[in-house]
Write a protein that binds this ligand. Sequence first.
Ligand code: ATP
Ligand code: MG
Length: 656
Amino acid sequence: VPDSADAVLEGLDPEQRAVATALQGPVCVLAGAGTGKTRAITHRIAYGVRAGILQPSSVLAVTFTNRAAGEMRGRLRQLGAVGVQARTFHSAALRQLQYFWPKAIGGSLPRLVDRKIQLVADAAVACRIRLDRGELRDVTAEIEWSKVTQTVPADYAAAAAKAGRESPRDPAEIAQLYSAYEDLKRERAVIDFEDVLLLTVAVLQDRHDIAEQVRAQYQHFVVDEYQDVSPLQQRLLELWLGERENLCVVGDASQTIYSFTGATPDHLLDFRTRHPGATVVKLVRDYRSTPQVVGLANGLLAQARGRAAEHRLELVSQRAAGAEPVFTEYADEPAEAEGAARRIRELIDAGVPASEIAVLFRTNAQSETYEQALADAGVPYQLRGAERFFDRPEVRKAGIALRGAARFGGNDPLLDDAPDLPSQVRAVLSGEGWTTQPPAGSGAVRERWESLAALVHLAQDFAAARPGATLADLVAELDERAGAQHAPTVQGVTLASLHSAKGLEWDAVFLVGVAEGMMPITYAKTDEQIEEERRLLYVGITRAREHLHLSWALSRSPGGRPNRRPSRFLHGLRPGSHAAAGRGGAVGAVGAGGVERGPFGAASASNVPSPRRGQRSPARCRVCGRTLTDAGEMKLMRCEDCPTDMDEGLYERLRE
Ligand code: ATP
Ligand code: MG
């Protein structure tokens, strides 16, 4: 922990320091990937708190994912600043809504619907529209998209056409289903994930007294990844701020990758117009990546078009030279996955920790092939989001039961606000089938029991530390801990979609499936959509500190028709493509059969046809890890019962 406020500023360059010390008035940081935007705002908050200028509880830092929020809280703790709220828009809104609902609306906040797809199915029955399972999911995604873009049922058809969405059914039917779904929700007194932001905005808009209370609580706002703020999130931010301008936003227009939620980099790029007195800081020094990686990122952006591209800033790497990025063409997807797994094995053997390696793909459906290949190579891996304590299904289920009990406790003599909190927890858990004595044997049953026992211990410690605490206090504490839990316990290779990798970094990054049809993805048709795909690749490239591998496969399966081509975005960037011709020996096509070539043509011997695959490992839910058998669930990589994984899950799902 730095010993003074000034010591917090050490390790920042002059521009970053300017951001960290400009604690009054609007501040906007426009900068490329890896230039220390997140670091600058984290140090800014820590500096303000340590210098006594910012009251920790009056600061609200908004990040894009729960993981980023957890990381920021961890970093703030290390810098000696505790008690700052770092949350996603969604979790900040949910917390406020829970708090203000009784006063604004009366009663407690309706339950968050946990089987949304069932609700859509019921809406279909009500509308007498037959939907198969696949259609049910697609319609659900359309409803989610409509809500995040604030499209009402009557406007769905026009809005979907304008956005180029391929409707799974007649748009009029979807509008009808959407409307019936909203009715059912109201009837059953439940809300969905998207309602959280919509309702918070509505309450703050209508109730000035409540808005004033929120404003009295929060005095300083910091927003990371501001280029991806949606209109609804922007509105919420404005309501939080009121007339004040104590706001600091950071972003990179070239990393706008969520425009399907209505996000545009305009809020970022027009910041100075909207806030004439704003301090605008640009950062160009890239501290994350080697000159080779940065060179590739700059080269990619040089071909970009559109408003975001006009504002791009050439990055300058601050790091020593490293390895050239490696481009590899494979005959088929399994061979590509095996190639990646083999190289990962080599890196691990050479001393790179598995936790410092990531495989990034365009769609979650791609993960299974890589899971299989990594498992075959004996490499530990983790899918983003899975396995953590609060993510375990039994812990989630217990959480839902505790929340219910905290709300309706008054009706149960068992659960009245008795001072002995742990026994209430035991009572709730025994209602869920938990026994005080552990089950015999080891295995999954025992593991589940252990998780719940850990929860009881947690309640005991909490009750001891806070005499008189209620079940509701405990639930709030558990929510807080679930959000803060970030460091993955399994130190494996990360498998993640490009969308969920934003803001993160690894020593070695494998960008896989860099082929036409995947990047850009087939349904990207308009120029804007294609540009967004290019930015997605930019986000992927800039996650790498040292080693960057890009690969693609010529056909989907072994022996399949080689009907794929490398992504158009690589044109001019990889050896053998137009502009780079003459750089090395790798000019020209690389044969099928898994020949790998480095950028300078050094082919490594891997002309091994992919072996016949045995039993494939089962697909697993990326929230709870359960084995999936249903084709629709496999497509989503999540079981139907698993609640959407907050912001990340929502966006990924909408995207696919
Ligand atoms: P992205 O656009 O991907 O979110 P970013 O601009 O937020 O990137 P950070 O994640 O804050 O960048 O920083 C990138 C890396 O560079 C981190 O490892 C960070 O610790 C390091 N870094 C940033 N600034 C400095 C600095 N002044 N000195 C040393 N390292 C730095
Ligand atoms: Mg960042």
